[in-house]
Write a protein that binds this ligand. Structure first.
Ligand code: SF4
Ligand code: SF4
Length: 380
């Protein structure tokens, strides 16, 4: 495992961090505690020493499981990150209320890295309205938080404003080769680097969309690179994506939401390569080619973060968006329509256009229009 020095910490941190937002679930959507505890401990045993959770992941089960997994001597081995759900706050008192719940769920005396979660314009307004910056400082002075940061899904202009508003020690941004010009952007990464702020990258694989069901035309480009000897034959789409992120100056840590032992083993092997941060000009131009191919195919840039649910009509919004993206990416293959009809409990045509989901989407997707599109293409 490659480790990097964080400016804020006196400890070296694994370049790969474990995000605990996509735990394995059974058919009823429940997590198996022991399986998840074993998974987190396996990650720590493989050298990962940064664990990232949040109030809303798995309805609070993520924090509880992190707490349970880090018993028996594991707590001392890792840095724990947790986040304040700004969009749920309705008053200044809510900050304390949610924080107390988090400490209780984690069963810990303090949280190492604490972030204001999902900074986008409406949440940033709440930060100001409820004096969350002063609150953070107070919690740090009391020793309940060790380091202060924020996670971000707004645009570059807001990113600069947020950076300038507080002496942040770190921040977390979404970055992958497809989204390099979206949200904080590569320019934002450079801005944070110049300001001396550690940057944690989330969604390096775009929620698995750069690695699962790779379209044949994209795979062809990856294969060509191997056939021409630019890279070795065993370079996976995940390694391409991780390598691109690690090669960007200013990246201190890359989070991956791993949900199987196999994923942890594959990813820790990739992050143990000494040249993980090196990207040749040839490799960059292959990634550019793949980016162009994907941009052509992925109609709706959903990351699968799940902030938009629950929906009053019980629509699995990210699931439907996945189907409609696959529909277009694979040239309207009838099996996609068949699976959508058969497997989805509710369909896009059930959308009542209430707009609740759009208010919460960090990618500012026009979800109502997407549901209309899906209903038209799939017929329900
Ligand atoms: S707009 Fe449609 S998809 Fe979004 S929350 Fe309302 S019913 Fe659900
Ligand atoms: S639609 Fe938006 S909020 Fe919902 S999963 Fe996709 S990116 Fe996340």
């Amino acid at each position: 495992m490659i480790y990097r020095k964080f400016k804020a910490l006196d400890k070296e941190i694994s370049l790969l961090g474990m995000g605990v937002m996509r735990l394995p679930m059974d058919e009823q959507g429940r997590v198996n505690n022991q399986e998840c505890i074993d998974l987190i401990r396996h990650a720590v045993d493989k050298g990962i020493n940064y664990i990232d959770t949040a109030f809303t992941y798995h309805d609070g089960m993520s924090e509880r499981i992190v707490g349970m997994a880090l018993k028996d001597g594991y707590r001392e081995k890792v840095i724990v990150a947790d986040k304040m759900p700004m969009w749920l706050c309705r008053s200044e008192e809510d900050l304390d209320r949610y924080f107390e719940k988090q400490i209780k769920r984690l069963d810990m005396d303090y949280i190492d890295m604490y972030l204001l979660h999902n900074i986008i314009p409406p949440n940033w307004k709440k930060v100001m309205k409820y004096n969350a910056l002063e609150w953070l400082q107070k919690k740090k002075d009391e020793g309940l938080i060790k380091h202060i940061g924020f996670s971000f899904h707004g645009d570059y202009k807001l990113f600069k404003e947020v950076i300038g508003a507080f002496p942040w020690e770190f921040c977390q941004i979404q970055l992958n080769y497809i989204d390099r010009d979206e949200q904080a952007t590569l320019k934002g990464l450079e801005y944070a680097r110049q300001k001396g702020i550690d940057v944690i990258v989330m969604e390096p694989l775009k929620g698995g969309r750069l690695t699962d069901n790779v379209p044949p035309s994209v795979q062809k480009i990856w294969n060509k690179a191997a056939d021409e000897g630019v890279v070795s034959k065993d370079r996976s789409p995940a390694e391409w994506a991780f390598k691109w992120v690690c090669a960007q100056p200013g990246v201190s840590l890359v989070l991956s939401g791993m949900n199987s032992i196999e994923q942890i083993d594959n990813n820790t092997a990739i992050f143990s390569k000494e040249d993980i941060h090196v990207l040749s000009e040839d490799e960059q131009s292959i990634i550019d080619e793949v980016t162009a191919e994907y941009k052509d195919k992925i109609r709706y840039g959903c990351t699968g973060c799940g902030y938009c649910i629950p929906c009053p009509q019980k629509l699995d919004i990210p699931g439907i968006i996945d189907y409609i993206n696959v529909w277009y990416a694979y040239n309207k293959n009838p099996s996609t329509k068949f699976e959508y009809t058969k497997w989805m409990a509710s369909h896009a045509s059930d959308c009542i256009a209430c707009g609740q989901c759009e208010e919460k989407c960090p990618q500012t997707l026009k979800i109502i229009d997407i549901m209309k599109d899906a209903a038209k293409e799939f017929g329900e």
